[in-house]
Each structure stands twice: as structure tokens, then as C-alpha cells.
Design a protein around this ligand. Structure first.
Ligand code: F6R
Length: 366
């Protein structure tokens, strides 16, 4: 059942090339420049004319929502707010009939996300679900939706659900952008072509496994770890930190790289590993100067870079390469080494990676 892998989590990490292509297959016709998504097509006016999109989710799904915020605003030019479902539902939020509320949930059963959707519907908003489990409560409660086709996710730590959520939301943003005319035809076409190349590139990213085991061995006994990223890769830093704390019980925090100097830099000394996502597209030079600041305080730098990078290699203790792609799709690649890093650290520490203490796969109570 684990397909030869030692744990479900590792199997699911390796399933991502297929999970991503299963999610776009049948929806995206790259050569024809078409994206078909029934849940969006049938409600195009309503969604494209939204004054605002509010994304509600928890945990890893909330991180996918943060990536989607960048994509929707960039490509479809619709203002987006991303909310923890648990906070949103209890603070008398301003919701109108012109809002579209998107719930993201692997299980489709998360109590807080479900309650947030019910509240949004009561206020007249249009509710759209991005769920993995077919027929789940959230998928039934929403007006329309688009499933991720990740297949069953058994490991408690979410991996392939995250990358397929980003895939679905990217397609949705592209579709809205095309309809609204906020993305050019050639840019649209280019995004589809790049999306089609992602599964191969994920496979390539997975090949860093041996190197990542080395990194894991080196830092497995660190009591703390910092993750930094910017732009599209800021949510990836949050997700990397969440994965590490969930399964290895090492305290980890994710930060937007530029926030480092507003506090977390005080934590940096020769004991502190800092994982920095420093891919070429998007604020590269600024992230490089953050890396220099970490280095001058003797922090240990594990950098995730674009293949062929030389500048960061000079500064970092370890460099993990991912293939190049367009900026908005980099999270699908930069997430991979961070999943593997947390996996290997947890295994080396003898933790139960598939069923970490105190956690449940679906959180059906608030
Ligand atoms: C993280 C994790 C949790 C879930 C969260 C939401 O690895 O598994 O943070 O992402 O409980 O669950 P869903 O997506 O089922 O609503």
C-alpha cells in the first residue's frame, strides 16, 4: 500500500509529478490555449466580477491560499484576502453579495473552514470549494468548486494536497485573467506551457534527495530553524517551517525575508540553521543581501536556488537546486526540497512521520 516507500509521506511526496498532472489533465489544453473548469465556466460572470475574493482555510491549505493571493492579484487583478477560517468566522467579518469566498481544504471536513463557508453563504457571498476528497462536506456546502486530483493523502503532514491546490488555483486565476483581459494571450499561453513542464521539473527537484539527507543529518539536532522567502515564496517558507515542526517537533518559524531585520535576526548565531528560498525570479538580489546578513552573524545557510546559480553558492553552507520556471510557478518546485528535508530529519530523529503526536488528518472539531 505504501508502494515500496517506507512511509506514506515519502510516497506522497514522490507522487507529486503525477498528482499535479492529474489535476490539470482534462482541464488544460496547452496547445489550444484553453482551460476548462466547469465550476468556473458555469459561474464566470459571478466570479470574474467579484469585488473581492476571500480565501478561508487552515494550516497547509491556508498557505496554498497565500500563494493564490499573489497569483489572483497578479493575473486576474481581483483583490484577495486570505483568512484563517477560525479567525474569520468569529470576528463579524464584512461580507457582501459581491464577494466570492473560496474554501481550500484537503479533507473537505475541517470544522472551522466549513463554518466560515456557511457564514459567507448566509451573507449572500458566492462560495467556491477547492477540496481533495470528493463528496466531502465542504464540497457539498459550496455553490461550485474544483477538485484537486491528488488522490488519497494518508500521511498527516500535507504534501501533494498543497501542490495540487496551488495547481487548481493557478488554473482558476489564469481563466479569470483571460476572461477579464488582465493577462495577454501570449502570457496566458506561456503560463500553460510552463505548467505542462512542471511535473518533469518536480521529478528533477526530487533528485536532490541524497543531498537533502546530508543536510538533514547535519542539522537534525538543532533546536530551532528559520525559513525565509519573499513574494511567491514567502508562503513556501511558512509551509516549510510548518512541515518541520509538525513531524520533527523542532521549533521552526517562517518569515518574509525582509522582515528578518525587524526581529528574528536577533536569534541568529552559529547554532541557527536558516533555510532561504533564493530563486532567480523575484527579488533575488534582495534575498541575496539577506543571506549576507545571516552569514555575517555566523548563521548556517541552506539555500534553495535556481539551477546554475553561482552567487548564492559562494555564501551558503548548502545549496539545493530546483529547475527554472516562471515566478508564479516556483512554489511548486521550491516546496519539494523543504518537504524532503522535514521528512528526513523526522526519520533520523525516530519520529512517527505519518502520524505525528497530537495531530489528526482531519480536524472536524474546532
Ligand atoms: C499540515 C496539515 C494541516 C492541514 C489543516 C487543514 O500538514 O495537515 O495543517 O493542512 O488541518 O486541513 P484541510 O486541508 O483538510 O482543511
Amino acid at each position: 500500500e505504501k508502494g515500496g516507500y517506507e512511509h506514506f509521506m515519502l510516497k506522497e511526496i514522490h507522487e507529486q509529478p503525477n498528482a499535479i498532472s492529474d489535476t490539470y489533465r482534462g482541464r488544460m489544453l496547452a496547445d489550444k490555449g484553453i482551460i476548462r473548469m466547469a465550476g468556473v465556466d458555469d459561474n464566470m460572470e459571478r466570479i470574474a466580477n467579484a469585488k473581492r475574493i476571500i480565501i478561508v482555510a487552515c494550516g497547509t491549505s491556508w498557505h496554498a491560499g497565500l500563494v493564490a493571493e499573489y497569483i489572483f492579484e497578479d493575473i486576474a487583478r481581483i483583490p484577495v484576502e486570505v483568512e484563517y477560517a477560525s479567525e474569520f468566522r468569529y470576528r463579524n467579518p464584512v461580507i457582501t453579495e459581491n464577494d466570492v469566498v473560496i474554501a481550500i481544504s484537503q479533507s473537505g471536513e475541517t470544522a472551522d473552514t466549513m463554518a466560515a463557508i456557511k457564514l459567507a453563504k448566509e451573507k449572500g457571498a458566492f462560495a467556491f470549494g477547492v477540496c481533495n476528497v470528493v463528496g466531502s462536506s465542504i464540497s457539498r456546502e459550496t455553490h461550485a468548486g474544483a477538485y484537486t486530483h491528488a488522490g488519497p493523502e494518508i500521511g498527516v503532514a500535507s504534501t501533494k494536497a498543497f501542490t495540487t491546490q496551488i495547481t487548481v488555483l493557478t488554473l482558476m486565476a489564469l481563466k479569470l485573467g483571460k476572461f477579464k483581459g488582465t493577462i495577454s494571450q501570449s502570457d496566458f499561453q506561456f503560463h500553460l506551457q510552463e505548467m505542462e513542464r512542471i511535473p518533469e521539473k518536480v521529478k528533477e527537484a526530487l533528485k536532490s534527495d541524497k543531498l537533502i539527507q546530508e543536510v538533514a543529518f547535519k542539522y537534525k539536532d538543532a533546536p530551532n530553524c528559520l525559513y525565509l522567502g519573499r513574494g511567491y515564496n514567502f508562503p513556501v517558507a511558512l509551509e516549510g517551517a510548518l512541515k518541520l515542526k509538525e513531524i520533527s517537533y523542532i521549533h521552526a518559524e517562517g518569515y518574509p525575508a525582509a522582515e528578518m531585520k525587524h526581529g528574528p535576526i536577533a536569534l541568529i548565531d552559529e547554532q541557527m540553521p536558516v533555510v532561504v528560498i533564493a530563486t532567480k525570479k523575484g527579488h533575488y538580489e534582495k534575498v541575496v543581501s539577506n543571506i549576507q546578513e545571516i552569514k555575517s552573524r555566523k548563521g548556517k545557510i541552506i539555500a534553495v536556488v535556481t539551477k546554475g546559480d553561482e552567487e548564492v553558492r559562494e555564501l551558503a553552507d548548502y545549496v539545493i537546486e530546483v529547475p527554472e520556471t516562471i515566478e508564479s510557478l516556483t512554489p511548486l518546485l521550491t516546496t519539494i526540497p523543504l518537504q524532503l528535508l522535514s521528512y528526513h530529519i523526522a526519520v533520523m530523529l525516530g519520529k512517527n512521520v505519518d502520524q505525528p503526536r497530537n495531530l489528526a488528518k482531519s480536524v472536524t472539531v474546532e
